[in-house]
Design a protein around this ligand. Structure first.
Ligand code: N01
Length: 542
C-alpha cells in the first residue's frame, strides 16, 4: 500500500501589512506604507490587472462622472503635472492608462499580486496578526489588514427565474468581458437605469440592431457635456492645482466647486430658472451645487426636480414615453444623480423601446428573451445594469473573522457598525478604506480615499513609534458614531429615496440602514484628525 502524505498547508508568508485591492485605494496605501514607513506590504487583487472598479467596468459608455482633472491623485506633484487627460470626463480605458502611469512612476507593481482572490482572513488574537488565505492556497500573515476593495465592486445580478434557460448571452456591466462584446445586428435588452444604465443605453442603441430598456424606477439625469480638453484648459488647471485641491478638501463632497450660499427659495422664480438653465447648459454634477439647499429643503428639491422633469418632456418627442421616463417617486439627487450623453434623446430613436416595469414587471427569462406580465421580449443579449451590493457586499465577500472567530457577517447582521467607517469592534488591526459610515460614495472618491489612507498611515506610524501592536474600535464610540451617521443622514433628504442603494434597498433581504456618512467630507476629515490628536479617542490601543 502506498502511503499518501497529508497535504500540508502552505507556510504563511510574513508581511507587515496586507492590502486587498489594487485600485485608487490599494495603490496609494501601498505607496504610503512601503515608501514612507518602510513596511513590507503585499497588495492582493483578484483582477488580472490594476485599476479596481475600472478594471471591471468596461461596458459601452463607461466613463467617470467626476471631471478628469480632479478624479485623480493629489499627493504627487509630478504625476499631477505630467499626466494629461484628453476629455472632460475620462473614459474607462484612459483611467486604466492613468493607473499604469502611476504604478510605473512609483514602481508599485513589484508588490502587487494579481489574479489572487482572498478567500478568508482570520485574526489571531494571541499574536495580534491577521492570517489571510487565497484561492491558490497561499497563506499570508500580517500585523495589519487593510481593505481597499471599493464600495461598488460586488455585482448585483437579480435572481431572474429561468435565466439558465436563456439561449442568448447575458452580462453584468460591472464584470464586462475584457475583449468587449460585439453587439452588431443584435437585439439587446438592458435592465436598470441607474448611473450605469444611463451611460450605457445611448451607446448600446448605436451598436445594436435594437435596444429594449427595462426600467423599474425612472431617473433624473443631467447632460454631462463631455468634450475634449483644450491645451489652454490644461495649462490653467495645472497652474491652479493648489486651489483646486484646497476647494475639494474643504467642501462637502470632494468636488472642487464653489458652494453657493444662496437658497433656491431666496431668489425669484425667473432667477431660479435662469440659474438652473445655466447649470444645465454647463452640465455635470455641478448642477447639484446650483443652490445650497437642494438636498436639505423639500421645496428647494421640488424646484430642481420640476426643472429636470420639464427637460425630459422637452427632449423626448413621444409624450407617453416622456411621462414613463419622468421620475415621480423621489426627489432629484436623493439617489446618486446620473449624468449622461444623449440618454433621453436615445428614446427618440426608432430602434429603442422603453418597457416600464412598474406597469409590467419581469416574470422570468425564457429561452428567447424576457417575459413580463404582459408579453415576451425576444433578445439576443441581456445587459444587467442592475448595480451592486454596495459598501458592505465587497467586505462581507472576503470572509473575515475577527477576535474569537467572530464573522464580520454576524457583527454586521443588522447592518454595518463601524467607528468612523475605519474600524469595527472585534476586528483589531483591520482598516476599511472608505468603509460604511464614512463619506465614501457621497464624494469624489479619490479625495475621500486619500484622506483615509493618510489617516491609516499616520495611525500605523504612531503605533510603531510607540511600540503598540493592536488597535481596535471601542463599542461605545462605535454606537455613538452610528447614531451620528443616522443623524447626519436625517438632516438631509437622502433617506427619502426608498429604493436607494445608499440604504441597501436594491438588494433583497439586505438590512435597510443608511450606510455612507452624509455630514460632509471636510467635517468628517476634521473629526478624524481630532480623534487622532486626542490620542486616538474611541480606539483601544496596546
Ligand atoms: O446601479 P444602481 P448603477 N429588476 O443601483 C435597477 C456608481 N457609478 O450601476 O432604482 C429591474 O444605481 C434599479 O432599479 P431601482 C454611482 O455611484 C459611477 O447604475 O432599484 N431593475 C436601477 O435602475 C452609481 O450610483 C459611475 O428600482 C432592477 C438599476 O437597476 C453606482 O455606481 C458610473 C433590478 C441599478 O442602478 C451604481 O450605479 C456608473 C431588478 N431586479 C456608476 N435590480 C462613475 O462615473 C436593480 N434594478 C464614477
Amino acid at each position: 500500500m502506498v502511503a499518501t502524505a497529508a497535504i500540508q498547508p502552505a507556510e504563511a508568508q510574513a508581511y507587515d501589512a496586507i492590502v486587498i485591492g489594487a485600485g485608487f485605494s490599494g495603490l496609494y496605501q501601498l505607496h504610503k506604507l512601503r515608501d514612507e514607513l518602510g513596511l513590507r506590504v503585499r497588495v492582493l487583487d483578484k483582477a488580472g490587472g490594476i485599476g479596481g472598479t475600472w478594471y471591471w467596468n468596461r461596458y459601452p459608455g463607461a466613463r467617470c462622472d467626476s471631471e478628469s482633472y480632479y478624479y485623480c491623485y493629489s499627493f504627487n506633484k509630478e504625476i499631477e503635472q505630467e499626466w494629461e487627460w484628453s476629455e472632460r470626463y475620462p473614459e474607462h480605458s484612459e483611467i486604466r492608462r492613468y493607473f499604469d502611469f502611476v504604478a510605473d512612476r512609483l514602481d508599485l507593481r513589484r508588490d502587487v499580486q494579481l489574479s489572487t482572490e482572498v478567500t478568508s482572513a482570520r485574526f489571531d488574537g494571541a499574536r495580534n496578526l491577521w492570517l489571510i488565505e487565497t484561492d491558490a492556497g497561499e497563506r499570508f500573515e500580517a500585523r495589519f489588514l487593510v481593505t481597499a476593495v471599493g464600495c461598488l465592486s460586488t455585482a448585483n445580478v437579480p435572481k431572474l427565474p429561468g435565466l439558465e434557460t436563456f439561449k442568448g448571452q447575458w452580462y453584468h456591466t460591472g464584470a464586462w468581458p475584457l475583449e468587449g462584446v460585439d453587439l452588431a445586428g443584435k437585439r439587446v435588452g438592458q435592465i436598470g437605469t441607474g448611473s450605469t444604465g444611463i451611460q450605457a443605453a445611448p451607446v448600446l442603441a448605436e451598436q445594436a440592431a435594437h435596444l429594449t430598456v427595462f426600467q423599474r424606477t425612472a431617473n433624473y439625469s443631467i447632460p454631462a457635456r463631455n468634450r475634449p480638453m483644450t491645451a489652454e484648459e490644461i495649462r490653467e488647471i495645472r497652474a491652479s492645482y493648489p486651489e483646486i485641491w484646497r476647494k475639494a478638501r474643504s467642501g462637502p463632497n470632494g468636488h472642487p466647486f464653489d458652494i453657493p450660499t444662496r437658497s433656491a427659495l431666496s431668489v425669484s422664480d425667473a432667477e431660479r430658472e435662469a440659474i438652473f438653465e445655466k447649470a444645465w447648459e454647463g452640465g455635470g454634477l455641478r448642477f447639484r451645487a446650483s443652490f445650497n439647499d437642494i438636498l436639505t429643503n423639500p421645496a428647494a428639491n421640488d424646484a430642481a426636480s420640476d426643472f429636470l422633469r420639464r427637460k425630459i418632456r422637452e427632449v423626448v418627442k413621444d409624450p407617453e414615453v416622456a411621462e414613463r421616463l419622468t421620475p415621480r417617486d423621489h426627489g432629484f439627487a436623493t439617489k446618486r444623480p446620473p449624468i449622461d450623453t444623449a440618454y433621453f434623446e436615445t428614446f427618440n430613436r426608432p430602434n429603442v423601446l422603453l418597457v416600464d416595469l412598474k406597469a409590467e414587471p419581469i416574470v422570468e427569462a425564457t429561452e428567447r428573451g424576457i417575459r413580463t406580465s404582459k408579453r415576451e421580449y425576444e433578445l439576443d443579449v441581456v445587459v444587467f445594469a442592475t448595480g451592486f451590493d454596495a459598501l458592505t457586499g465587497p467586505l462581507l465577500a472576503l470572509n473575515i473573522h475577527g477576535e474569537n472567530g467572530l464573522p464580520l457577517s454576524t457583527a454586521w447582521a443588522e447592518g454595518p457598525r463601524t467607528y468612523l467607517g475605519l474600524q469595527t469592534p472585534g476586528f483589531p488591526n483591520l482598516f476599511t478604506i472608505t468603509g460604511p459610515g464614512s463619506p465614501s460614495v457621497l464624494t469624489n472618491m479619490p479625495i475621500a480615499i486619500e484622506q483615509h489612507v493618510d489617516w491609516i498611515t499616520d495611525c500605523i506610524r504612531h503605533m510603531r513609534q510607540e511600540g503598540l501592536e493592536r488597535i481596535e474600535a471601542k463599542p461605545d464610540a462605535t454606537e455613538s458614531w452610528g447614531a451620528h451617521v443616522n443623524e447626519a443622514a436625517n438632516a438631509t433628504l437622502l433617506p427619502m429615496a426608498s429604493s436607494s442603494w445608499y440604504l441597501g434597498a436594491n438588494v433583497p433581504g439586505k438590512p435597510r440602514v443608511f450606510m455612507p456618512y452624509a455630514g460632509g467630507l471636510a467635517r468628517y476629515a476634521g473629526i478624524c484628525s481630532e480623534v487622532a490628536r486626542d490620542g486616538y479617542r474611541g480606539f483601544a490601543l496596546r
